[in-house]
Design a protein around this ligand. Structure first.
Ligand SMILES: NC(=O)c1ccc[n+]([C@@H]2O[C@H](COP(=O)([O-])OP(=O)(O)OC[C@H]3O[C@@H](n4cnc5c(N)ncnc54)[C@H](O)[C@@H]3O)[C@@H](O)[C@H]2O)c1
Length: 385
């Protein structure tokens, strides 16, 4: 039996701790050895805090450091998770790839396309195994829909999420010490999160890509939050409307909002093919389609057109994506993960294109031009904070 993959995590915040729990399970199964943890803030690395989130973790025997660069060393690590806010990267992904360390990078990989393109190119040149944190591709309901749609021409997907601004969680980055929001709710702040389409909309957008292919163009318009309505740095727009054009001819319609004083969420997710519609709900995945002789002599009853495809998700998706990544590293098989870094670039470009479209008054932004044309050179550049 081969020795366990030596693995590290940079960024032990909300998401990094969830990854750590999955890796601890994999360690107990003999697949990995957690050898190093890095975080910019020492308080996020104490045995007490790590043990609270990952009971049983032998933190004392794991190298822990605030000098995260010292971990990027192939003598120490075979693979590394990077789960830090997307605006604070300082070459960690590029340096790790150059060192030959296999990479799991959280979404969105950066808020800046030039930076993400450099990461992508280095990962490709290094030939390492990579994945991005699109664990929703491992949800059993989403897998069932992937199979269901495989022989159907999808024409449209519609995703609506109205989430209260108050439902953003307090994060683990001490943002108040590094020029960010005083309350640590950095997902509500545009400079830190990229806005709600980039921060949250990237998940349904990536599912659409998993189900029916790449995005070719985007147009979007947002309703900005006026300065008098901004509290604690929560300056993300009130509401977002974004349309994504897919290579297969389908359109994805995304409607998001983050309003105050509602304290209740509304989610609706539908996918339509040329002769039917699938509704994704928490406990069920149901298709609406009449499959009898056509045309029917009389309109069918509702229960004749509703077909249950799947129940609720049955998987721990954070564990599943970790297990897939670790196995891909052990077997040197990129095909074992569902979203390589290179594949994820289209998801990232699409949501960043939505922001750019809005900035330009709602024009259609072609992804090919956004990635390559001089016209978008300034939009691709990293804004130094
Ligand atoms: N895949 C998902 O479903 C999912 C869910 C939540 C978050 N995320 C993503 O994970 C990433 C991290 O988000 P989070 O919710 O864990 O945030 P967080 O603020 O809770 O955690 C980030 C961690 O990184 C550390 N950190 C901050 N700056 C650093 C730096 N320069 N170097 C090293 N460590 C640094 C912080 O101290 C903190 O412990 C983001 O990209 C976010 O979008 C993904």
């Amino acid at each position: 039996m081969s020795s366990p993959t030596r693995i590290g995590v940079i960024g032990l915040g909300q998401r990094g701790l969830q990854h750590l729990a999955a890796l601890w399970q994999l360690q107990q199964e003999g697949a990995v050895e957690i050898v190093a943890l890095g975080d910019a803030f020492a308080a996020n690395l104490t045995s007490e805090k790590l043990g609270r989130y990952v009971p049983g973790l032998p933190a004392e025997s794991i190298e822990r450091t605030t000098n995260t660069r010292s971990l990027i060393n192939a003598d120490l690590l075979d693979a590394l998770y990077i789960a830090i806010p997307p605006n604070v990267h300082q070459g960690e992904v590029v340096d790790a790839a150059k060192a030959g360390i296999h990479l799991f990078v959280e979404k969105p990989m950066s808020l800046f396309l030039d930076e993400a393109i450099e990461m992508d190119n280095t990962i490709r040149d290094a030939g390492i195994i990579s994945t991005v944190g699109f664990q929703q591709r491992y949800d059993s309901q989403h897998e069932a829909l992937h199979d269901f749609l495989s022989d159907k021409p999808v024409v449209m997907a519609c995703y609506t999420l109205h989430a209260p601004i108050e439902s953003h969680s307090v994060k683990h980055t001490f943002t108040e010490t590094v020029g960010g929001p005083s309350n640590r709710v950095w997902t509500a702040n545009r400079a830190w999160s990229g806005g709600t389409v980039v921060e949250a909309g990237i998940h349904p957008l990536d599912l659409w890509r998993y189900w029916f292919g790449d995005v070719e163009w985007v147009h979007a318009q947002y309703i900005p939050r006026p300065p008098a309505e901004i509290f604690d740095g929560a300056d993300n727009p009130y509401a977002y409307s974004a349309n994504f054009g897919f290579a297969n001819g389908a359109i994805g319609v995304m409607t998001l909002s983050r309003l105050r004083r509602i304290f209740a969420s509304h989610l609706d997710h539908q996918v339509l093919w040329n002769e039917g519609r699938v509704a994704l709900e928490r406990d069920s995945l149901a298709a609406f389609h009449y499959d009898g002789d056509y045309p029917p002599a009389q309109n069918p009853d509702q229960d004749e057109v509703r077909h249950l495809i799947h129940g609720k998700n049955t998987k721990n998706t954070t564990y599943e994506i970790a297990a897939a990544f670790v196995r891909a590293v052990a077997e040197k098989r990129q095909d074992l993960v569902r979203s390589s870094f290179g594949d994820a670039m289209n998801s990232l470009a699409a949501v960043i294109a939505a922001n750019i479209s809005d900035e330009l008054g709602g024009v259609r932004v072609e992804i090919e031009a956004l990635m390559n044309s001089d016209k978008f050179a300034t939009h691709r550049q990293k804004i130094l904070g």
